[in-house]
Write a protein that binds this ligand. Structure first.
Ligand code: HGY
Ligand code: MN
Ligand code: MN
Length: 418
């Protein structure tokens, strides 16, 4: 009679998902746990308490990433399971949070079962994944990609600096420069995340095995014209900044068709018009541009095309234009061996799975630069995310969590590499 297979404590995971989902929830049921906000800080405190309650070692690095550690000796490389607790404004209860809580549940289950491990385990919650201050801050710190200049320049769209936001909690942002981990200190990195797209839900498949993670660039663009009277200024004598944005927005689909591919995306998510009066021709418009693709060359071609389009329309409309690169994250492929292990483990658990790319950016693509990395997706109902409508069926959460548990054991129980 074979031993029963170890499974997570699903009701404990459900309780944790519901408890965390209340931290930072507003009237509209959206979650406002932006990095280093009061709500993010409350979530961090709660997560630290869960790490201690599980009997794991709590460690906070210089980037304020929170680690829960099992069988840690500082010598052997660890199998790291991560994601993030911070959200976009009005976000959902699972983006990032699910990966952190499933990681906590996996380590807690393994600790309770007292399973001997070849490699120590870590669950990690990365700081500012969502980009209040640029994005993927905590994982970039671990990967050694931060510089004093990057930290110094980091600010949110209200102009609050990362240094001040961390300083408010007694944290020194420059300490993030010391959070770097040697690649050889990580045996593998795993992340479970909601798909945030419609593919798995539409196909009725419980698990996605991620093969590539999209890259992105995020610009803040400013068009400067001339504010003027809305009644007395003839249409052909205006230097209307909003009309420049309107023309640019109308060109996006053509640019994607001409220079993009099947996974290209471009979004203007935030617009600010000045002076912002109904009876004044807008003299200035500031807007965000978020562009993605899973292929580096395509991303570069799109950046060139967007820049050329902006400079041509600005010249024609006598507008000044300037832009700042807020983030530039390369696309990454996940480790083929770990993807294979995830697929084989899903087969062994009779869980239907599908290979697919990620249209969202994740800490995993930063970690893939220093460690063998694998990602497991669970479906997002109707593909909804970054919204209070974000949700995943409980049975899909349970399947994904048990799959991550077995993949973790598969990696951590591997014979030690000599
Ligand atoms: O923007 C993203 O793709 C991720 O949700 N931070
Ligand atoms: Mn996320
Ligand atoms: Mn997100």
């Amino acid at each position: 009679m074979s031993k029963p297979i170890l499974t997570i404590n699903f009701s404990r995971l459900q309780r944790n998902i519901q408890t965390l989902g209340n931290i930072g929830q507003a009237e509209d049921r959206g979650i406002h746990r932006m990095a280093f906000s009061e709500a993010d800080w409350a979530a961090r405190q709660w997560f630290s308490e869960q790490i201690n309650a599980a009997g794991l070692d709590l460690y906070e690095d210089g980037a304020a990433n929170l680690h829960g550690r099992l069988d840690w000796d500082g010598q052997r490389p660890s199998v790291m399971i991560g994601s993030h607790l911070d959200t976009v404004p009005g976000g959902g209860p699972l983006d990032g949070a699910l990966g952190v809580l499933v990681g906590l549940e996996v380590l807690t289950t393994i600790a309770e079962a007292q399973i001997p491990l070849h490699y120590p385990l870590e669950v990690i919650s990365f700081s500012d994944e969502e980009g209040r201050f640029g994005g993927l801050f905590g994982s970039q710190a671990i990967a050694g990609q931060l510089t004093p200049a990057l930290i110094h320049a980091a600010r949110d769209l209200e102009g609050i600096t990362l240094r001040d936001a961390m300083g408010h909690w007694g944290l020194d942002a420059n300490a993030a420069l010391f959070a770097r981990r040697a690649p050889e200190s990580i045996h593998a990195y795993l992340e479970l995340h909601i798909e945030q797209g419609p593919v798995l839900d539409r196909k009725g498949i419980s698990v996605g095995v991620v093969d590539a993670i999209t890259g992105l660039f995020k610009w803040e663009v400013r068009l400067l014209g001339a504010a003027n009277h809305a009644g007395t200024t003839p249409m052909d004598m205006r230097v209307d900044a909003f009309q420049g944005l309107a023309e640019f927005a109308g060109a996006i689909n053509r640019i994607l068709e001409e220079h993009g591919g099947p996974y290209s995306r471009a979004t203007i998510g935030r617009v600010e018009l000045k002076p912002g009066a109904a009876n004044t021709v807008p003299g200035c418009v500031t807007f965000s541009l978020d562009v993605r693709d899973t292929d580096s060359a395509t991303l570069t071609a799109l950046a060139d095309a967007f820049r050329l389009t902006l400079s041509a329309l600005a010249r024609r409309r006598k507008l000044m234009f300037e832009f700042e690169v807020l983030a530039a994250i390369p696309p990454r492929r996940c480790d083929a061996g770990i993807a294979q292990l995830i697929s084989e483990t899903a087969d062994a658990l009779a869980i239907e799975h599908l290979r697919l790319p990620s249209g969202a950016a994740h800490d995993a693509q930063i970690m893939a630069g220093i460690a063998r990395t694998g990602m497991i997706f669970v479906p997002s109902i109707e593909g909804r995310s970054h919204s209070p409508a974000e949700w995943t069926a409980w049975e899909d959460i349970e399947r994904g969590a048990n799959l991550l548990l077995q993949v973790t054991l598969g990696l951590a129980a591997e014979p030690a590499r000599h």
